[in-house]
Design a protein around this ligand. Structure first.
Ligand SMILES: NC(=O)c1ccc[n+]([C@@H]2O[C@H](COP(=O)([O-])OP(=O)(O)OC[C@H]3O[C@@H](n4cnc5c(N)ncnc54)[C@H](OP(=O)(O)O)[C@@H]3O)[C@@H](O)[C@H]2O)c1
Length: 355
């Protein structure tokens, strides 16, 4: 079996020190799959959970950009060598990754490899949550926690794109307040949760009505306050449980009935291949074009905010930064070896041009 390199976790689980670049079997394309030669891949909070809990079993990582390397049986719509971005169930921290063909998109011209690697996990999660699950409507007021996180940067801009009126977001510092306010089409209200009570702020700003949608990753510690902040027929979408898994002892079920609330949990990675393909196809129709300007010299409606790019040899430092909640936007890793190969292939194609 041919070998390739990937980021692995020593003994299957552990702290960031346990991350290393090792050898794995090079993936081969099964029916309906494409093998992509990875140029850049995104870091997501879930990678940290998987590293700590030992759930991976192989290389970490959900999202990537790169070039099509091999097509499995029954695959159409892509050719070898095309630049793509994609989503997989595991294994993107690698030189080669396998993904279902429905989870790939052609890389829009004008996006860098790094930008392209920042789209699939965060933006599909936010798109699925706001549009498919919570049915966002023009004029909705929305609260998005963890405002500077990769998913929230996407959710904030998508909420505005789909016509939200007020978009509140919570963050832990003044720096992050400035960051979320600086986004084009970003939050209308940024609340530092260390110095302000988001329940009171939102009640005041919505004249007591509350918001119609809350996107939450905090879980236990925010459950009661989220319920208090929702208006009639509101939707609470729980995508993560950063503060704990338990049902808070101070929460009451009463408002769920009287305010007719909807509480949703969702996990993108556990959705079926068919569901993910349909989601990717709808995202392509409704959102993808907004990452690039619609006229020369223009500015795109949606901003990909890259906080930092690391070479993949520094994957430990990248995990440490996210674990310490330092990032404002997305962390991306690139393989310098692959970048070097791309550079060499560019030079060789230039040298074949008749000048
Ligand atoms: N269910 C799904 O399908 C799905 C898919 C993708 C991601 N997710 C989840 O979405 C969340 C965001 O992911 P990401 O990759 O964008 O993460 P990220 O960039 O690491 O951001 C997470 C942010 O949450 C805030 N935070 C962390 N612990 C907190 C706590 N105990 N209380 C309050 N705030 C806390 C921090 O911001 P502050 O410094 O401002 O507090 C942190 O920067 C994660 O929980 C992830 O697991 C779920």
């Amino acid at each position: 079996m041919a070998k390739t390199r990937a980021v692995l976790v020593k003994d299957g689980r552990g702290p960031s020190d346990a991350l290393y670049i090792g050898e794995v079997d090079k993936p081969t394309a099964k029916e309906g799959e494409v093998i992509v030669k990875v140029v850049a891949f995104g870091l997501n909070r879930a990678d940290i959970h998987v590293r700590q809990s030992g759930g991976a079993g192989k290389a970490l990582g959900y999202e990537f950009s790169g070039t099509v390397h091999e097509l499995g049986a029954g695959v159409s719509g892509f050719d070898i060598g095309q630049a793509v971005l994609g989503l997989t169930s595991q294994g993107a921290y690698a030189e080669y990754v396998a993904a279902p063909v429905g989870n790939l998109l052609l890389k829009p011209q004008g996006l860098s490899w790094v930008e392209a690697a920042a789209i699939m996990e965060n933006w599909l999660t936010a798109f699925q949550g706001l549009v498919l699950i919570c049915d966002i409507q023009k004029g909705s007021d929305v609260l998005i926690h963890g405002g500077a996180s990769g998913v929230s940067v996407a959710a904030t801009q998508l909420a505005r794109l789909y016509g939200a009126s007020k978009v509140f977001t919570t963050v832990s510092s003044e720096d992050k307040v400035q960051f979320v306010k600086s986004l084009r089409g970003g939050a209308t209200h940024a609340i530092n949760y260390r110095t302000h009570d988001f329940v009171e702020e939102i009640k005041r700003e919505t004249e007591g009505k509350g918001v119609s949608i809350i996107v939450d990753y905090i879980g236990q510690d925010y459950f009661k306050r989220n319920i208090d902040t929702l208006g009639i027929d509101g939707h609470l979408l729980i995508l993560g449980l950063l503060s704990g898994f338990g049902f808070p002892s101070d929460a009451s079920l009463l408002p769920l009935v009287f305010k007719r609330l909807n509480v949703h949990g969702s996990s993108l990675s556990t959705r079926s291949v068919e569901y993910q393909a349909a989601l990717v196809a709808r995202f392509k129709r409704e959102v993808l074009d907004h990452f690039t300007p619609n006229e020369p010299g223009g500015v795109p409606l949606l901003q990909l905010k890259i906080w930092k790019v690391y070479p993949w040899q520094e994957v430990k430092e990248a995990h440490d930064a996210m674990e310490a909640n330092k990032n404002q936007g997305k962390i991306i890793l690139e393989s310098s070896r692959i970048v070097w190969i791309c550079l060499l292939s560019c030079i060789s194609s230039l040298s074949s041009v008749d000048l």
